[in-house]
Design a protein around this ligand. Sequence first.
Ligand code: NAP
Length: 290
Amino acid sequence: MERLGCKKIKDGLLANLKERTQEFINKGNKAPSLAVVLVGDDGASQSYVATKCKMASLLGFVHFDYRFDEDLKEEELLSLIDKLNLDDDVDGILVQLPLPKHIDADKIINRIAKEKDVDGFSPYNLGRLMLGQECFEPCTPKGIMEIFKYYDIPLSGKNVTVIGRSNIVGKPISVMCMQKGVDATVTVCNTKTSDLKAHTLASDIIIVAAGRPGILDSSVVKDGAVVIDVGVNRVADPSSEKGYKVVGDVDYDSFLTTECKVTPVPGGVGLMTVVMLMENTLMAAMRRRG
Ligand code: NAP
């Protein structure tokens, strides 16, 4: 098996981003800035936000942090978004998902100004993605495309199966793989797919974004295929200090004796997502002020 680790890709992209950020600042521009909004005290969300803020600082970006209790009203969050949309010092707005149930996430995302939508989740940016037009691409799918590029994995004419049809991963990555010029043949599966195994066995590349640990193992994948594991799942682990460990959706060990190429978790797609958020933030700053 070949392990498609992403640390080297991340480090290379970060070095390049740092250089371009410095050039942007040297031209007399203020540093790119990201507003990071977190509602509630979900452990995973807190750790994602901490990673994003740390990476922003590392790159010399400014980040404005907004933390709220779980009981924040939807109207209050909408008002904050309105304020950030108008704030000339803010280039990108990131609202960490999931939001508490009483807040309509679609409504919040729709309110973010399209030129500050660095997560690329708004109907405007997703619509442009669908049409093959320039846009802020959602960070995780954008990161997956970088993995293909770095490891020189061809997509043209290949059969790609995507497991999962979320708006943030499954749908956009399927669109990106089928785009003219990329030219993969894409199948997108969901919980009602009648014979998942038939699709995975026929695929050259499988992208798993289901949130189900162990949903894919080597017995349902043809030897030599590429497997991209997007899943991030916390499972109980009494032997660890935290009481849990993070695993993907793929049974990684079952591939060890195969010729497949597989991304690990941790150390895979997750590393790319955060870098792509920074890339989109620099892009937002350049478009607004460059
Ligand atoms: P999601 O909203 O959690 O939805 C899961 C999708 O997988 C749904 O479309 C569901 O089908 C499908 N699915 C679940 N079980 C299935 C099964 N047995 N067979 C076929 N399809 C199945 O998706 P998400 O937000 O994209 O998250 C997926 C995973 O990726 C999670 O573990 C999440 O934490 C992780 N994630 C990681 C990153 C990263 O940076 N690494 C970023 C985002 C998400 P239905 O539509 O029929 O329910």
